[in-house]
Write a protein that binds this ligand. Structure first.
Ligand SMILES: Cc1cc2nc3c(=O)[nH]c(=O)nc-3n(C[C@H](O)[C@H](O)[C@H](O)COP(=O)(O)OP(=O)(O)OC[C@H]3O[C@@H](n4cnc5c(N)ncnc54)[C@H](O)[C@@H]3O)c2cc1C
Length: 312
């Protein structure tokens, strides 16, 4: 632990503040070293207060959701990690308006709104992330994505809380403005769904779940490692390159889905990066296509590009 704990954070969070918290158990990859300081934030106010106090004290901070799209280095993360457990949501089956804290789990919101006869988030049932992570990543599947149904997000920007209409977030395929402006934190989101027969919504949920069971591995991982290049599927390219089943240390390119790298036996950050490199160089050589990671890399100083990962 390199930092003195800011008094404002100690007073506000007391016992809830953890020191040298191992991050691996919080991640879907089950990889990653400790956070110097760690808070599980239960409300939007918790998140806002933690970020504001860290900014005032000059302490580096990062907000994480369900950690289902991150690969964290064994050296962990310096400063304050705020894990978003603000997970309430409400919806009105008559109007289709869904209001979520940003830590609400996408599968819960997708399943409960579908059961209530609201169409538009059925695709989210298989995405193990938070609403906030989904808004940042413009998460999506089965032809749907966050941008299709988002009305606005409540954003924290250097102590100011305001509502950003969806258009202001500049969503495109797995991209948003929030990936460039990392000081902005999603505190909440409002979705507008369409009333529909519950049986129809639930049939879509079942078929999406079945499709995942049939096509995707269940070992620890982060879902798709690469973004799909234009007009192509990263998984299909990796499969055609003959790389399914390639192993490095405890990490494996899933034999079930080429775009999934999974942690099968105490894989390290470097094991996963080695397979990412194999997939990128092989696909570039064979097909002349550059694959770009969808998963985010986090190291001691925060987010890293793949070039920075190679220089670690
Ligand atoms: C088995 C599996 C299947 C998956 N399938 C899909 C899929 O079909 N489609 C898809 O799009 N994704 C998929 N994913 C990836 C992942 O679930 C999504 O990207 C999800 O949106 C990430 O949300 P999260 O809460 O886990 O974000 P995290 O991994 O916790 O964070 C991702 C990034 O967003 C930032 N962030 C998180 N919350 C906030 C916030 N409130 N405010 C500001 N920044 C924030 C973090 O700092 C980090 O930079 C899958 C993952 C797994 C493990």
């Amino acid at each position: 632990m390199r930092y003195v704990i800011p008094e404002q954070i100690r007073r506000r969070f007391g016992e809830a503040l953890r020191i040298d918290e191992p991050l691996a158990p919080h991640t879907s990859f089950r990889i990653g070293g400790p956070a110097d300081l760690f808070i599980a934030a239960r409300t939007r106010d918790d998140i806002a207060d933690a970020v504001t106090a860290a900014e005032a004290a000059g302490l580096p901070w990062i907000v994480l959701g369900r950690c289902s799209n991150v690969l964290i280095h064994e050296d962990g993360i310096r400063g304050l990690v705020i894990r978003n457990d603000a997970s309430s949501f409400t919806f009105d089956p008559r109007t289709g308006v869904v209001q979520c804290d940003s830590g609400a789990r996408l599968p819960s919101v997708g399943a409960q709104t579908a059961r209530a006869g609201l169409a538009g988030l059925e695709w989210a049932v298989g995405i193990p992330g938070s609403v906030g992570g989904g808004v940042v990543m413009n998460a999506g599947a089965h032809g749907g994505c966050i941008a299709d149904v988002l009305a606005y997000a409540e954003i924290l920007d250097h102590g100011q809380r305001s509502q950003y209409p969806a258009a202001a977030l500049e969503h495109s395929y797995r991209v948003s403005r929030l990936q460039r402006e990392r000081d902005l934190v999603v505190l909440g989101a409002e979705f507008h769904l369409t009333p529909c027969a519950p049986a129809e919504c639930l049939a879509r949920v079942q078929s999406f779940r079945r499709h995942r069971q049939e096509t995707q591995p269940t070992d620890p991982g982060a879902g798709s490692i690469f973004r799909n290049p234009p007009q192509a599927s990263a998984g299909a390219l990796i499969d055609r390159a003959g790389l399914k089943g390639t192993r490095h240390g405890g990490a494996l390119i899933s034999p079930k889905h080429g775009n999934f790298i999974v942690n099968v036996d105490h894989a390290t950050f470097a094991d996963v990066v080695a397979l990412i490199d194999v997939a990128r160089t092989t696909v570039a050589r064979q097909f002349g296509i550059d694959l770009h990671p969808e998963v985010e890399f986090l190291g001691p100083e925060g987010r890293l590009s793949l070039d920075e990962v190679h220089r670690l």
